[in-house]
Design a protein. Sequence first.
Length: 81
Amino acid sequence: MYMFAEDSVTAVRYRDEILHPLVRPFIAAKGTDAIFIDDNIRPHRARLVRSYLESETVPQMAWSLRSPDLNPIEHVCDMLG
């Protein structure tokens, strides 16, 4: 988990403080076994971020906005009864 020290998250901060120093090296180390998943908040979907991820060839999984399947723990709770 990464906590931003101050202010709100922008696309530039997300790219510069999360994607470039943390995600990119991790994905590069894992190779084809890794898929990057983030949610649909505005900084994650900004054109700047999408372009960066494409230029770095970071494999991504697209998630539907407000999908009920985004919380897998709910499925575990259903299985437990």
